[in-house]
Design a protein around this ligand. Structure first.
Ligand SMILES: Nc1ncnc2c1ncn2[C@@H]1O[C@H](COP(=O)(O)OP(=O)(O)OP(=O)(O)O)[C@@H](O)[C@H]1O
Length: 297
C-alpha cells in the first residue's frame, strides 16, 4: 500500500512557451498537513487544478491515494476540495447544500458536520444567495471537514473568515490530522501556516524551491528594522544577527535582524535614534529572501 495520500511525479504544465508548473515532485503522507506557498503566478492554482483533474498535465502525473488524478470519478472518492472562491446554488439553503454535498461527496460524518455548523456559527436555514463570502466559505469548509476523504485540498480557505472563525478552522485542521486525514493547504497567512502545517513547500516560477519543516521555517525568521538618527551613524557592521545594512537616505538606514536583538539594541541605544520601525516580512518574502531575490516568475 502506498503511504502517500497525495503524490506528484514530475508534474508539468505548459501553456505554449510558458511553463506554469515545472517538474513538480512531492509527497504528502497520511495525517500530514502540507502548506503550499508561492507568489502570485508561481503555479499554485495550476497545480491544484491538475490534482483535481481539472487540467491535464503536459508531462508527469498526480496520484490521489494511488489513483491517477485523471481518473476523476475514482480519484474524487478520496478527496474533498474547498476552492478560494466558493460558488453555491443561490436558491438552496445552507442546510440543503450541506445535504446535497454529503449525498454526492466521498462520505460524510453527519454528527460531526452538524457540530461544525454550530462551531462555525452558521445559520443553515438561509438561502445561499444571502450568504456573505465568509459564509459561503464556511459551507464549503464544513462540507469538506465532515467528509472522511483521506485528502482535503484547501485553496486559500480562510481569506473571508474573521479571527474567531479562523480559530475554528485551525481546530478543524488539527482534528482532521488526528483522524489521519491529510491536508494540502494553499495559504498566504504566516500565522495560519505556522499554526497548522507540518511541512511547507514553496513554488517559484513553477518549480518547487524547497520543502521545509515549520521549525526550519522559524530559523529563517528575520525582521526588517528601519531607523532614523541624527549625528553619526551607528556602526552595526560587526554586530551578531545584523545583516544587509543599507543607507536608505539622509540619517536613515535599514538592516535585517535574526536571533536575539540585544546586541543591535545596545549599539542603537548609544546612538541618537529618532525613530525605529520593525517590520515582520511575510512568509513568502522570507522564503524568497532565502532562496534568491528574483520575482516568482
Ligand atoms: N489557461 C491558461 N493559459 C495560459 N496561461 C495560464 C493559464 N492558466 C495559468 N496560466 C499562467 O500560468 C502561470 C501560473 O498561474 P497560476 O494561476 O497557477 O499561479 P498561482 O500561483 O495560482 O497564482 P495566484 O497566487 O496569483 O493565484 C501564470 O503565469 C499564469 O498566467
Amino acid at each position: 500500500m502506498d503511504e502517500s495520500v497525495l503524490r506528484t511525479i514530475h508534474l508539468t504544465k505548459r501553456y505554449g512557451r510558458l511553463t506554469a508548473v515545472d517538474d513538480l515532485t512531492l509527497d504528502v503522507a497520511a495525517g500530514e498537513v502540507f502548506g503550499f506557498l508561492g507568489p502570485n503566478g508561481a503555479g499554485k492554482s495550476t497545480t491544484i487544478r491538475m490534482i483535481l483533474g481539472l487540467a491535464r498535465p503536459t508531462a508527469g502525473r498526480a496520484l490521489i491515494a494511488g489513483v491517477d488524478a485523471a481518473d476523476v470519478a475514482r480519484a474524487h472518492r478520496h478527496l474533498a476540495y474547498v476552492p478560494a472562491d466558493v460558488a453555491l446554488w443561490p436558491q438552496l439553503t445552507g442546510a440543503e447544500i450541506l445535504h446535497l454535498l454529503a449525498a454526492t461527496g466521498p462520505g460524510t460524518d453527519i454528527a460531526y458536520r452538524d457540530a461544525l455548523v454550530d462551531r462555525f456559527d452558521l445559520d443553515p436555514s438561509r438561502p445561499a444567495r444571502t450568504y456573505s463570502t465568509g459564509n459561503r466559505q464556511k459551507i464549503a469548509l464544513i462540507a469538506a471537514f465532515a467528509t472522511r476523504a483521506p485528502l482535503l485540498v484547501l485553496d486559500e480557505p480562510t481569506s473571508g473568515l474573521d479571527p474567531l472563525m479562523e480559530q475554528q478552522f485551525r481546530a478543524a485542521v488539527v482534528e482532521s490530522r488526528e483522524r489521519g486525514q491529510s491536508v494540502f493547504l494553499s495559504s498566504h497567512q504566516l500565522a495560519e501556516v505556522e499554526a497548522v502545517c507540518d511541512r511547507v513547500g514553496i513554488l517559484r516560477a513553477g518549480r518547487l524551491a524547497d520543502v521545509s519543516t515549520i521549525s526550519d521555517l522559524r530559523g529563517l525568521h528575520r525582521s526588517e528594522v528601519t531607523i532614523n538618527y541624527t549625528g553619526s551613524a551607528p556602526d552595526l557592521s560587526m554586530i551578531p544577527g545584523v545583516d544587509g545594512v543599507q543607507t536608505t537616505g539622509e540619517g536613515r538606514l535599514r538592516f535585517a535582524l535574526t536571533g536575539p536583538p540585544a546586541p543591535a539594541l545596545r549599539v542603537l541605544a548609544a546612538a541618537d535614534v529618532t525613530a525605529l520601525a520593525v517590520r515582520e516580512p511575510s512568509l513568502e518574502e522570507m522564503f524568497l529572501d532565502y532562496y534568491g531575490t528574483e520575482n516568482g516568475r
